[in-house]
Ligand binder design. Structure first.
Ligand SMILES: C[S@@+](CC[C@H](N)C(=O)[O-])C[C@H]1O[C@@H](n2cnc3c(N)ncnc32)[C@H](O)[C@@H]1O
Length: 315
């Protein structure tokens, strides 16, 4: 699969998010500034995105509260994610929030930020003045927020870029990968996970991506994507919840736990509201989709910060 096709997956993800926000699944006053409203999406897709957003939000906020916002977040393949602005509104900004993606993606994001006051003003506010927000062609550096480009398969390049953001390997750090690792070979994602666990002391990882991909429905998903010139070249660790967990424990992580999205979705406290938003024809399809995605939380916690208690339960 070409790098261009991988980068284009960001457009699809952000348009699905924008559509679900428009339908009222969750609030995001920033996504419409980054992406246009696209075609209609089926309700099961929007419900899937809702569960994905909620799962990541719950884990991320628990990490930030536990570390009293004195940690760092590194969002891998961040695309057009708007978490930085939403965290600012929730008064949960970490010491440093770093986003990494391919250059064409970071370049488009920087252009949009530069030209939209509603995105730029909060950055100026948290940085203490316009002169402290350095925004170039494809990178942005400011007090709490950085956008840099790198190919995550190239660890030297990735490390240099993290250093340019002033990353501190001794601070508690959360890495987030939302549908990203599956686009690189299993060998490359394993190198990346080993590198992170080797470099950072107290570190947490949230990985959201496909699971159960060897069954019939999983193969249909793979073939559909292939038909759209999108090859999932890192599918092996997406075989089961166990393989998703083992990819971490075999790469130097102390512990990992993966939950399928159906289990998480059914535990959501506002499910009544969600099911009333749009009529769903195909309950079976929703279940099939949800059981083919998972959230895996992994950590290394030598200083006993308490990462073992960060889970998907609402608290
Ligand atoms: C499916 S999109 C997800 C975007 C965002 N995380 C979200 O969920 O909305 C995958 C993103 O990962 C990025 N990506 C995939 N492989 C990458 C790599 N090797 N280096 C940098 N970025 C990568 C793509 O460019 C794309 O923006």
């Amino acid at each position: 699969m070409s790098d261009e096709a991988v980068q284009a997956t960001n457009d699809d993800a952000s348009m699905c998010k924008r559509y679900a926000v428009e339908k009222g699944y969750w609030k995001d006053p920033y996504i419409n500034l980054l992406v246009k409203l696209g075609e209609r999406r089926a309700p099961e897709i929007s419900r899937g995105y809702y569960a994905r957003m909620e799962g990541i939000r719950i884990l991320l906020e628990k990490f930030l509260r536990m570390t009293e916002c004195k940690g760092q977040v590194v969002s891998l393949g961040a695309g057009f994610d708007t978490a930085l602005w939403r965290l600012k509104d929730a008064k949960l900004l970490p010491t440093s929030y770093i986003e990494v993606d391919f250059r064409p993606v970071t370049s488009r994001k920087c252009q949009k930020i530069r030209s939209r006051d509603k995105l730029m003003s909060p950055l100026i506010e948290i940085s203490g003045g316009r002169e402290h927000v350095l925004i170039g062609d494809a990178e942005l550096h400011s007090k709490h927020y950085h956008i840099v480009w790198a190919d995550l398969r190239n660890l030297e390049e990735f490390e240099d870029k993290l250093k340019s953001c002033g990353i501190d390997n001794s601070l508690p750090t959360l890495f987030l990968a939302e549908c990203v690792l599956v686009y690189m070979s299993a060998a490359k994602s394993s190198e990346l996970l080993s590198w992170i666990s080797g470099k950072f002391d107290s570190v947490f990882f949230i990985n959201y991506e496909q699971v159960n991909m060897q069954d019939r429905f999983g193969q249909v998903m793979v073939n559909n994507l292939r038909g759209r010139k999108c090859d999932l070249c890192g599918i092996e660790p997406c075989t089961s919840l166990k393989t998703q967990e083992e990819r971490f424990t075999s790469s130097g992580w102390e512990s990992s736990r993966a939950v399928d999205m159906m289990e998480f979705y059914q535990s959501l406290p506002d499910l009544d509201r969600i099911v009333r938003l749009e009529f769903l024809d195909e309950a079976e399809l929703l279940e099939q989709l949800m059981t083919h995605y998972c959230i895996c939380a992994a950590y290394k916690d030598p200083n006993n910060i308490g990462f073992s208690s960060i889970n998907l339960k609402k608290s």
